[in-house]
Design a protein around this ligand. Sequence first.
Ligand code: NAP
Ligand code: GLV
Length: 313
Amino acid sequence: MKVLFYTPQSDADVWLHDLSRVLPGVDLREWHPGDNAPADVAVVWKPPREMLAGRDDLRAIFNLGAGVDAILKLEREHPGTLPRNAQLVRLEDTGMAQQMSEYVMHAVLRYMRRFDEYDRLQAEQRWHVLEPHARETFTVGVLGLGVLGSHVATTLAAAGFPVRGFSRSAREIDGVATFAGEAQFDAFLDGLSVLVNLLPHTPDTHGVLNQRSFSKLARGAYLVNIARGAHLVEQDLLVALEQGQIAAATLDVFVEEPLPSQHPFWTHPRISITPHISALTLREESIAQIARKIDALMRGEPIGGIVDIGRGY
Ligand code: NAP
Ligand code: GLV
């Protein structure tokens, strides 16, 4: 079997080395522009269009992340880019769910206990005690109840927070009040203290974090965006912060990454920034999952994580 590999990141050699260890006997090579030689499977992160276009020999494309928006954007902008016979397969969890839960728990506790405000008080050398928010009424809403969102929602509920979750189709999760579909979106948002976004980025979810959504939350609510930058209408957040409708935001993802040095988010006193690290792709876990799935595919067995191209995730 022939496997093509591509990542724009600088650690391609390490991935190739580790992949070759778990895929012995496989003809593995890094893709370079102009390489049109046959391949059965591709393992990729943010591939250029030329790598995929016209490759009708590919049977599967394994995406080195949970989100497939970068690949599906290529297909939307240049229909026919995705090989006709290939299934697109994303990572399922591979250690990301726990990382996401840690990230969200940290942000939610920080806001509940008002540590963000203590940071600002310290900068002013002010000794001042603030009343914490009450956990029983500090309701957290999780947008997206898939592999990552459902883990985050369950973790928050186990810690005693009132939790709501929103998905496209109806879901049941112990300890979580669930809402589904556009008709229930406002009821989901109504009066939330914290809004956490873990939706995939699709044409339907583009710009979902906007002035209208913010206006449904409790006054002085908090925002945690750990999915994709394009979910957020950036100007609407700046206005909502200015007006006090949003008290503070924790952002891990941005329309443009790295976040440009002049961007107003960098210096905003109520915005906390991390560089797209809320859930890193863990190499060992990811390679093990991909190897298991390649094996299953070769035996003609079904695998999970196949992307529904029409749905966009
Ligand atoms: P997933 O398992 O596919 O779950 C997606 C969830 O979103 C599902 O519950 C789905 O509803 C819901 N959804 C999709 N479109 C919707 C819509 N239009 N309205 C309402 N709900 C909708 O995805 P995942 O593995 O949890 O990953 C989620 C996203 O996290 C990824 O796509 C990626 O963008 C992001 N991510 C970010 C990082 C980071 O480091 N910042 C790392 C990993 C992933 P159904 O349940 O009804 O299908
Ligand atoms: C990272 O952002 C991912 O989609 O896995």
